[in-house]
Design a protein around this ligand. Structure first.
Ligand code: AMP
Ligand code: MG
Length: 409
């Protein structure tokens, strides 16, 4: 059976970022640049003042030197007449320096006597002047392709006059729950029935990643119903199914996919939970068949689907972020599959502590709620003691720490 690293490598090697689209800068937030972004102009566009003060030409002024005040220049104004020798102009931060000036003295470093300024200190030539193009020049590469556009990038691109950017769009993801026992939230489950909770967990995860969701509802475990919904789902950029991928008599997802030019990437990975996970391409559309058990579908989402989404969005490093932490409670050693334990992260004095959930069964919903990380436990690993240094896969930041935008990456 494939190991997790082998299986996730197949996913990442199979998928390519979605074709680039051009969007308004404001709509690029959280997406990854598909093309380099270059400045449209110099910034600052002209030499300008970095202080509220007086602009003049520096020529050896000393403490007590005087210059005659020759007008006022607020930010947004422009003066085309030069400032003569022996003169200074009152200038506000951001106003372009007139000809004849190369230096600014701050308001607080001069005294005013009549219509003259008197230096309290000798000025340094060029002080408090922001040089034209000092931040960037027209044509400069500001952000290479592959850069995620967050708030800081948005500000930089706006300053450089970039109104439209080329990005890899977030995928449209079709989500199909399978199972004769499922009813939708709002319906009262009858005997043998449960609510389709996987849909709600996974659709929330997809929204966190900025995906457009195509909900396909519930397919009963019949070839006809599965085929109809899978056919619709294959119009999306990615199809996720839950349930029906194990070895039960009613596990028909893989059989149905075979009617749709299905090229198997893998079925079954040596992990716990989530062993029956299925991945492949139906035609050109990637498909994940996640196991139905809630903690198994959530874990395989984190281990395989989220990296796949990040790959489709063009992220250079799509795998889950790893975080060093201290184990707060002992953990039993590994079995014959790599296990992934849900758990809580706490931060104390800059150190992270990981407490495994005491509900690790794949059938449980409660292990996922309140978990911020997964602890991988290697096949055959010895028991781990409290206090050991470990590495966890970070899913989200601990409570009280806010996530920057979608996801935690
Ligand atoms: P399966 O993978 O179809 O064999 O389902 C395994 C277990 O997960 C069963 O106990 C199902 O009832 C449960 N299950 C399957 N789909 C869902 C779902 N959408 N929401 C909650 N539980 C589910
Ligand atoms: Mg089922």
């Amino acid at each position: 059976m494939l190991t997790y690293p082998e299986a996730v490598r197949i996913v990442l090697e199979t998928l390519r970022p979605l074709p680039a689209v051009e969007v308004d800068l404001a709509d690029a937030l959280g997406q990854v640049l598909a093309a380099p972004a270059c400045a449209r102009w110099d910034l600052p566009p002209a030499d300008n003042s970095a202080m509220d003060g007086y602009a003049f030409r520096c020529c050896g002024q000393a403490t007590g030197s005087r210059l005659r005040m020759a007008g006022f220049l607020p930010a947004g104004a422009y003066r085309d007449q030069p400032i003569a020798e022996g003169e200074a102009i009152k200038i506000m931060t951001g106003a372009p320096l007139p000809d004849g000036c190369d230096t600014v003295v701050p308001i607080e470093d001069v005294d005013i006597v009549g219509d003259e300024i008197v230096f309290r200190l000798p000025p340094e030539p060029g002080q408090h002047v922001r040089i034209r193009g000092g931040e960037f020049r027209s044509g400069d590469l500001l952000l290479p392709a592959g850069t995620p556009v967050l708030s800081g990038e948005t500000g930089l691109l706006a300053a450089a006059g970039i109104e439209r950017v080329s990005i890899h769009p977030a995928p449209r993801v079709a989500l199909l729950s399978t199972g004769d026992e499922l009813v939708e939230l709002g319906e009262t489950p009858g005997p043998g029935q449960i609510v389709n909770s996987n849909f709600h967990l996974l659709s929330a995860r997809l929204r966190e990643e900025g995906c457009t969701l195509i909900p396909l509802g519930i397919a009963r475990d019949t070839a006809g119903e599965l085929d109809e919904k899978i056919t619709r789902g294959l119009q999306a950029d990615l199809l996720i199914t839950t349930g029906g991928v194990s070895v039960g008599d009613r596990d028909l997802v893989q059989e149905t996919l075979k009617q749709h030019d299905f090229k198997l990437g893998f079925w079954k990975v040596a992990i716990k939970p989530g062993k029956p996970v299925l991945f492949g391409l139906a035609g050109e559309t990637p498909v994940f068949g996640l196991p139905g058990n809630p903690a198994a579908s959530a874990a395989t989402f984190e281990l395989f689907v989220r990296p796949a989404l990040r790959r489709l969005c063009g992220h250079a490093d799509p795998l889950p972020a790893r975080l060093r932490a201290t184990l707060a409670q002992p953990v039993s050693g590994g079995g014959n599959r790599q296990s992934f334990l849900w758990g809580e992260l706490q931060e104390k004095d800059g150190r992270y502590f990981f407490t495994p959930s005491n509900r690790q069964s794949s059938g449980q919903n409660r292990s996922i709620q309140g978990s911020q990380a997964l602890l991988p436990v290697a096949v055959g690993s010895p028991d781990l003691s409290a206090g050991e240094e470990i590495e966890v896969l970070l899913l989200r930041l601990p409570p009280g720490r806010t996530c920057p935008g979608a996801g935690c990456h």
